[in-house]
Design a protein around this ligand. Structure first.
Ligand SMILES: O=C(O)c1ccccc1NCC(=O)[C@H](O)[C@H](O)COP(=O)(O)O
Length: 241
């Protein structure tokens, strides 16, 4: 079995590292300084950081300077998400030196622009498929944005390199990932999939690692690390083969 990549998450709201429940604004638990959290994951052996500007995602401002500072301080790969919807926000995100960006709302609302940047930037662009059931959600997960599998087929045909798949019903709940959803997405595309939302235990990570041969390349882990359900060192050990 190949190794599952782990992406510890730092979600930033109003300058603080937070975790939400179901991605809902107002459900924040705060975990202090984003840079301290990111450096702790790096120190613990992470090869990736999943860094989210929640204010930009929700349209309640942005943490652009802070996000840039965190991204630039990392020696590891950074996946940047939240509010990247046009040329300006994409240029600012890429200028942080991040390895790739994650587009969400734009893939639903401005598909022509997304097709253009996929063609231009290749695998520096991933698309976040954030779903309730099989309905996509945009604008910080607050608005419906079409059918998962129709959108996936369109993005595949445009050459999208990778998908970050989140079951919103699981996100921030410590209820375990939606393995059925991930199997469904992997069956519908030959592109790598990063799983997000709900990881609660080392067994969840081992279960996700069994999906590597199907196309699950990595897993984002947020709440479980902040809640100290396990350490990142234990998580890396659990998925390394
Ligand atoms: O990624 C986004 O753009 C986003 C937008 C609105 C709400 C939440 C968003 N992301 C959340 C994450 O990426 C979480 O860090 C990730 O799903 C981890 O979930 P969990 O392990 O369940 O804490």
């Amino acid at each position: 079995m190949s190794t599952l990549e782990l992406l510890p998450a730092v979600d930033v709201r109003d300058g603080q590292a937070v975790r939400l429940v179901h991605g809902e604004s107002g459900s924040e638990t705060s975990y202090g300084e984003p840079l301290a959290a990111a450096l702790a994951w790096q120190q613990a052996g992470a090869e990736w950081l999943h860094l989210v500007d929640l204010d930009a995602a929700f349209g309640t401002g942005d943490n652009r300077e802070l996000i840039g500072e965190v991204a630039r301080s990392m020696d590891i790969k950074v996946e940047l998400s939240g509010g990247i919807r046009d040329d300006d926000t994409l240029a600012a995100a890429l200028a942080t030196g991040c390895t790739r960006v994650n587009l969400g709302t734009a893939a639903l609302e401005t598909p022509e622009w997304v097709a253009k940047v996929i063609a231009e930037y290749g695998d520096r662009i991933a698309v976040g498929l954030d779903v309730r059931g099989t309905t996509l959600r945009g604008r910080g997960w607050t608005r419906d944005g079409g059918d998962l599998y129709e959108t996936l087929a369109r993005l595949d045909s445009e050459g999208c390199a990778r998908y970050v798949v989140t079951d919103i019903a699981k996100d921030g709940t410590l209820q375990g990932p939606n393995l059925e959803l991930l199997r469904g997405v992997c069956a519908a595309t030959d592109r790598p999939v990063v799983a997000s939302g709900g990881v609660s235990s080392l067994d969840d990570l081992r279960a996700l690692a069994t999906l590597v041969p199907l196309g699950v390349e990595g897993a984002i882990v947020g709440k479980a690390l902040y809640a100290k359900a396990f350490t990142l060192e234990e998580a890396l050990e659990a998925v390394t083969r």
